[in-house]
Design a binder for this molecule. Structure first.
Ligand code: NOJ
Length: 570
C-alpha cells in the first residue's frame, strides 16, 4: 500500500529506506520546547516557528514526545486519543504544517506511540467502566476479580513501576492492571481489536507524512496472565527468557511483525525504534528487520564518564547491532533522566552488585534537594561536552534531548507543589521525578520567560535564573559556546558518517580512548586530567581548546590527516 500523502510527500527529504541508520535525531518534549500561544505550555506552532533553529543545528530528524490529547497524568504518556492533537498544543492542521515545514527543511519526523497503556480517559476505558464485568469492552484491558471477602484484595501484590500497587479497583468491584500511573490502564494485547486499532493508528500518522515511530515500553505489551498469578517476589525471580509473564516476551514480536509489514508497505518504509529496557543480549530481537528495526541502547547513558566503561559499552553495542543487522543507537540524555551535564558534575556514584551506578540518574542528589555544593557545574558541562562529541562520532544514530545543546543542567529547584511527574506522588516522595529535565527552554536571555513564549510566572515548570546564561541568544555569538560546538559537530558529522565502521587505536593510557572512522577521521577522548600529546593532524572540532598540541583533560577532539599515531611516548 502506498498512501496518497506518501506519494505527495511534502518537502525535500530525499527518499531513503535506511535514513535512520546513522541519523541525528533531536527529541522534543512538545510542552516545553516553544510556546506560540502564550499560555505557558509549548505547542506545535511553537515547534514550527523554530524549524529554522533545528535546521541550523543540523538535525536529521525530530522525535516528538506525545502531543496527543491527555490529562498529563504522565507528561502525555497517558493518551486519550491516538489520532488527534491535544487542543492546548494545536490541531491536526498544525501538525500537517509542522510536517511540511520540517520536510521542507530536510528534517524527518518520528512520533511517539504508546501501546502498552491508554489513559483512563480514552473512550475504550470509559466504555469498559460503563459496560461492566464480563463484557467485550473490558476485554480490551486487563480486568480481574479480587480475592478475599467481597473481592477486596487485589488479584496480586504487584507493584507499579511508578510505585504503589499495580491494580486499581473500580466501583463495581473489579480491578484493572496498570504498570505505570493509575491513570494508565494496561491494554490487553491478546485482544484482536487492540491489535487492529494500533495498525490503524500507525497508518493514520504514516499517511500524514510521519517518517517513523518511537515505541514506548515496547517490551511490555504481551503478557501471560494465567492464574494463579505469581507474587511480585516470584515475578522478580523469574528468568526473563522470552516467557516471563509480563516482560520481554518472545510473542511481542508477533505484534511487531504485523507492524513491520504495514510500515514496509510505504514507498519509503516507515522507521521504528523500540524503547525496550531488556537484557542487552535480547535487544537485537527488537532491532531485527522483521521486528521494529531499531532499538534504543541506554548503556552509554548508564555509564560513568570513564574510559573503560565507554569502550566496553561501545564495543558491546556495535557487536549487538551487527547481530541484528541494525545500527546502534546512542543516548546520553532524554526526558526520563537527569541531564548528563549534571550527572557528570556529581561525585562519582558507588556501584551496585550488578555493576550499575548506585545513584543511577543523580536521583539521590535530587532527592536531597539538589544541593549546589555537591554539583560541579563547570566540570559536569566540560565532561558532557567531551562525552557528547565522542558519541556523535560513533557509527549508528545519535539521539539528542532538547536543551542539551545549550549545556543545560537539571533544574533541582522545583517545589513539591510545582512538580508534575507522577513518580513523585506515587513513590511518596522517594523519587523526585523527572520534571527537572522538562523545564521549558531558554531562547532569549532578555525576554520574559527567556523567550519560551510566556512570562516566567506562567511557564508550566519554573525556569531558574541561571537559564539566562544558557539561552540561545547568549550563545549564538560565542564561538566557544556549547550551542556552537553542537552545530559544528553536527555539520561535520554528516561527512563523517559513511561506512558504519570503527577501529580502536591503542593509546597506552587507561584514561584515553582513540578510534578511527573511514575517511581518515580520528577521534580522541581524554577522560583523565593530564593532557594527552597528539601527533600531527588537523583538529576539526574540539570540546575544549587544545593545550599546545595535546588533548586537554576531559575533552574530545576530532582530527583528520593524522600522519602518525598520537600518544604520550613521543
Ligand atoms: C517511557 C517513557 O519514556 C516515560 O516517560 C513514560 O513515563 C513511561 N514510558 C510510561 O509510558
Amino acid at each position: 500500500m502506498t498512501s496518497t500523502a506518501d506519494a505527495a510527500a511534502p518537502g525535500d527529504v530525499a527518499p531513503s529506506a535506511t535514513w535512520w541508520r546513522q541519523a541525528l535525531v533531536y527529541q522534543i518534549y512538545p510542552r516545553s520546547f516553544a510556546d506560540s500561544g502564550g499560555d505557558g505550555l509549548g505547542d506545535l506552532p511553537g515547534i514550527t516557528s523554530r524549524v529554522g533553529y533545528l535546521a541550523e543545528l543540523g538535525v536529521d530528524a525530530v522525535w516528538l514526545s506525545p502531543f496527543y490529547p491527555s490529562a498529563l497524568a504522565d507528561g502525555g504518556y497517558d493518551v486519550d486519543d491516538y489520532r488527534d492533537v491535544d487542543p492546548r498544543l494545536g490541531t491536526l492542521d498544525d501538525f500537517d504544517r509542522l510536517v511540511c515545514a520540517l520536510h521542507a527543511a530536510g528534517i524527518r519526523l518520528v512520533v511517539d506511540i504508546v501501546p502498552n497503556h491508554t489513559s483512563n480517559r480514552h473512550e475504550w476505558f470509559r466504555e469498559a467502566l460503563a459496560a461492566g464485568p464480563g463484557t467485550p469492552a473490558r476485554e480490551r484491558y486487563i480486568f480481574r476479580d479480587g480475592s478475599g471477602p467481597d473481592g477486596a484484595t487485589p488479584p496480586s501484590d504487584w507493584v507499579s513501576l511508578f510505585g504503589g500497587p499495580a491494580w486499581e479497583r473500580v466501583p463495581d468491584g473489579q480491578w484493572y492492571l496498570h504498570h505505570f500511573a493509575v491513570e494508565q490502564p494496561d491494554l490487553n494485547w491478546a485482544n484482536a481489536q487492540v491489535r487492529a486499532d494500533f495498525l490503524d493508528t500507525l497508518r493514520f500518522w504514516s499517511d500524514r507524512g510521519v517518517d517513523g515511530f518511537r515505541v514506548d515500553v515496547a517490551h511490555m505489551l504481551t503478557k501471560d496472565l494465567s492464574e494463579p498469578l505469581p507474587s511480585q517476589t516470584e515475578l522478580d525471580a523469574m528468568p526473563v527468557d522470552g516467557l516471563h509473564p509480563t516482560r520481554d516476551r518472545d510473542d511481542v514480536h508477533e505484534v511487531y511483525a504485523e507492524w513491520r509489514t504495514l510500515l514496509n508497505s510505504y514507498d519509503t518504509p516507515r522507521a521504528a525504534v523500540a524503547e525496550a529496557w531488556v537484557d542487552p543480549g535480547r535487544v537485537s530481537r527488537y532491532a531485527h528487520p522483521t521486528s521494529l528495526g531499531q532499538a534504543f541502547n541506554f548503556d552509554l547513558l548508564l555509564a560513568d564518564f570513564d574510559a573503560a566503561q565507554f569502550r566496553q559499552v561501545i564495543t558491546d553495542s556495535l557487536a549487538l547491532a551487527a547481530r541484528s543487522g541494525s545500527s546502534s543507537t546512542w543516548v546520553l540524555s532524554n526526558h526520563d533522566v537527569v541531564r548528563h551535564a549534571t550527572r557528570y558534575g556529581l561525585p562519582a556514584p558507588g556501584r551496585l552488585p550488578d555493576g550499575l551506578p548506585a545513584d543511577r540518574h543523580g536521583r539521590q542528589w535530587l532527592l536531597s534537594g539538589g544541593p549546589e555544593s555537591a554539583l560541579d557545574r563547570t566540570g559536569g558541562l566540560r565532561r558532557a561536552r567531551a562525552a557528547t562529541l565522542l558519541m556523535l562520532a560513533l557509527p549508528g544514530s545519535a539521539y539528542l534531548y532538547q536543551g542539551e545543546e545549550l549545556g543545560l543542567h537539571e533544574v533541582a529547584d522545583i517545589t513539591p507543589e510545582q512538580r508534575q511527574d507522577p513518580t513523585f506522588v506515587r513513590s511518596a516522595g522517594v523519587d523526585v521525578g523527572r520534571d527537572g529535565c522538562r523545564v521549558p527552554l531558554p531562547w532569549d536571555a532578555e525576554a520574559p520567560g527567556y523567550g519560551f513564549g510566556a512570562p516566567r510566572e506562567q511557564v508550566h515548570l519554573p525556569q531558574p535564573e541561571w537559564f539566562a546564561e544558557h539561552a540561545v541568544s547568549a550563545q549564538e555569538g560565542d564561538p566557544e559556546s556549547t550551542l556552537n560546538l553542537y552545530r559544528a559537530a553536527l555539520r561535520l558529522r554528516r561527512r563523517l558518517q559513511t561506512d558504519e565502521e570503527l577501529e580502536w587505536v591503542e593509546t597506552g593510557r587507561d584514561d584515553v580512548l582513540h578510534f578511527t572512522r573511514p575517511g581518515g577521521w580520528h577521534v580522541v577522548t581524554n577522560f583523565g586530567t593530564d593532557p594527552y600529546p597528539l601527533g600531527e593532524g588537523r583538529v576539526v572540532v574540539a570540546s575544549a581548546p587544545l593545550e599546545g598540541t595535546a588533548v586537554a583533560g576531559e575533552s574530545t577532539v576530532w582530527l583528520t590527516g593524522l600522519n602518525r599515531s598520537p600518544g604520550p611516548a613521543r
